[in-house]
Design a protein around this ligand. Structure first.
Ligand SMILES: *Cc1c(COP(=O)(O)O)cnc(C)c1O
Length: 494
């Protein structure tokens, strides 16, 4: 895969070699120093590689091959839904009518784009069972925070601004307590019981008139469907709190069950997971929030509405709104992809997504349960959590197993999360993978379990085939070397 002998681009430099000659500038002369603040203008030319177009192409192509993506291999990263993003979404997002509109254009000139967004909202209202949806938030965590700010505004409007506690189970996604904290709340953790579900007694213990909300990740980070949702929602409502559904992993329940029918007041979705927006590398994402009637007045403004004449309009006249949470109206391109996906799948397709996501996870869980510990041995949803504690006794840690998987060409699963499982390995196959791929990955996991018994050093020293092997992770984080450093006499000798 990687050519060790490929020279670094700076070392290919030959003075005067160029890839492409730009035509001389034919606009009036101007002085850069007049345009840029003092001190920003170079006095000498930058020291850039002088190479041909072919050299630079090979350089970037080689770098790109060092990446692992869903288009290059299986990527069972738990809680991330690294599934295949159909290319038809890309084609549609590139239509000039979508790709070339400007967010500051007059509404009358972008009615089609606004209609698409409105139809997407309407679809998400139906999928979640909520009353209204905003597309503004740019990611899941951003959606969580947006919803909590709305809950805060709701309580304040009711003269209950004293409610300062958000309850988060220990099996929630890590962003939940973080969002609650950023929204200014104190987070209270409730424990899981031996089945891996929220402990109702512990929940009752912490509920009170200071409860602002309960945030529930469902399925939880163990991949388990919370069985007592109706009861939990009723308990929280009884004390005047709101119930929040973390729906980032909707491919576990989509078109089968709806948060809006289970007593939830608000929900966020991750369009860059369930609805095939490409993700990773920091976005752009889309984390729409759906709310029930009581929370509608607090939606971020503007709110995209359809007028009686059938015109689409951004409504800023929302006196109780929490305000804007994102420039313009969300990440338009991702929303176009999600809309394309929903329309090309149709209701039966979305139902099949859920069925295959759950089937694939259960299939792998059952193939691997003999070889790894399965702390919660129950029917799972879209993902499941193994424990590497059996291997740990042999001197092989979960981190080693993850590194060894790289040799087989796989992106490792999520490891050491969730925190409530020792040496956890969290596998999410997604619905888009074939049985052959799932089997091949299980075969690799089984082989690694055997190696842990027979030749543990093979796992402990992995990976053996990648460009870099084990990094000193502390040094890599504290003193990262992120750009080319020209070798000096000292560094060459060292
Ligand atoms: C991914 C995820 C989030 C966070 O979403 P981001 O877009 O990464 O902010 C929240 N909750 C759950 C359950 C998730 O899987």
């Amino acid at each position: 895969m990687h050519n060790e002998n490929q020279p670094l681009i700076f070392e290919l430099t030959r003075e005067g070699r160029v890839g492409y000659n730009l035509e001389p500038l034919d606009v009036e002369d101007y002085d850069l120093a007049d345009l840029l603040p003092q001190g920003y203008v170079r006095e000498e030319a930058a020291e850039l590689p002088e190479v041909s177009e072919l050299d630079i192409m090979r350089h970037y192509t080689a770098l790109s091959r060092r990446n692992h993506g869903v288009d290059s291999g299986f990527y069972p990263l738990g809680s991330c839904t690294m599934k295949y993003n159909p290319k038809v979404n890309e084609a549609v997002a590139r239509y000039a009518g979508f790709a070339s509109v400007h967010p500051l254009q007059d509404e009358d000139t972008v009615q089609g784009a606004m209609e698409l967004l409105y139809d997407l909202q309407t679809s998400l209202v139906e999928i979640t069972g909520m009353d209204e949806v905003t597309l503004q938030p740019a990611a899941g965590a951003h959606g969580e925070w947006t919803a909590l700010m709305m809950i805060r505004a709701f309580h304040e409007a009711n003269g209950e601004g004293h409610r300062n506690k958000v309850i988060v189970p220990d099996s929630a996604h890590g962003t939940n307590p973080a969002s609650a904290t950023v929204a200014g709340y104190d987070t209270i953790t409730v424990k899981s019981n031996e089945d891996g579900l929220v402990d109702l007694e512990d929940l009752k213990r912490v509920l009170g008139d200071d409860t602002a909300a309960l945030m529930l990740t469902n399925p939880n980070t163990l991949g388990l469907f919370e069985e007592n949702i109706l009861e939990m929602a009723a308990l929280v409502h009884e004390v005047g709190g709101k119930v929040y559904y973390d729906g980032a992993n909707l491919n576990a329940v989509m078109a089968k069950a709806r948060p809006g029918d289970m007593g939830f007041d608000c929900v966020h979705l991750n369009l860059h997971k369930t609805f095939t927006g490409p993700h990773g590398g920091g976005g752009p994402g889309s984390g729409p929030v759906g709310v029930k009637k009581e929370l509608i007045p607090f939606l971020p403004k503007p709110v995209l509405v359809k007028t009686e004449e059938g015109r689409f309009h951004f409504d800023y006249n929302r006196p109780q709104s929490i305000g804007r949470v994102k420039p313009y109206y969300g990440n338009f391109g991702i929303n176009v992809r999600a809309y394309t996906y929903i329309r090309s799948m149709g209701p039966d397709g979305l139902k099949a997504v859920t069925e295959y996501a759950v089937l694939n996870a259960n299939y792998m869980m059952r193939r691997l349960e003999e070889h790894y510990d399965l702390p919660f041995n129950r029917h799972c949803k879209h993902e499941f959590v193994l424990s590497g504690r059996r291997q740990k006794k042999l001197g092989v840690r979960t981190l080693d197993i993850a590194k060894r998987l790289l040799d087989f060409g796989y992106h490792p699963p999520t490891v050491y999360f969730p925190l409530n499982v020792e040496e956890s390995i969290m596998i999410e196959p997604t619905e888009t993978e074939s049985k052959e791929t799932l089997d091949a990955f299980c075969d690799a996991m089984i082989q690694i379990a055997k190696e842990a018994q027979e030749t543990p050093e093979k796992v402990q020293d992995a990976p053996h085939t990648t460009v870099v092997t084990r990094l000193d992770e502390t040094r890599a984080a504290r003193n990262p070397v992120l750009r080319y450093v020209k070798p000096t006499v000292e560094t060459v000798e060292a």
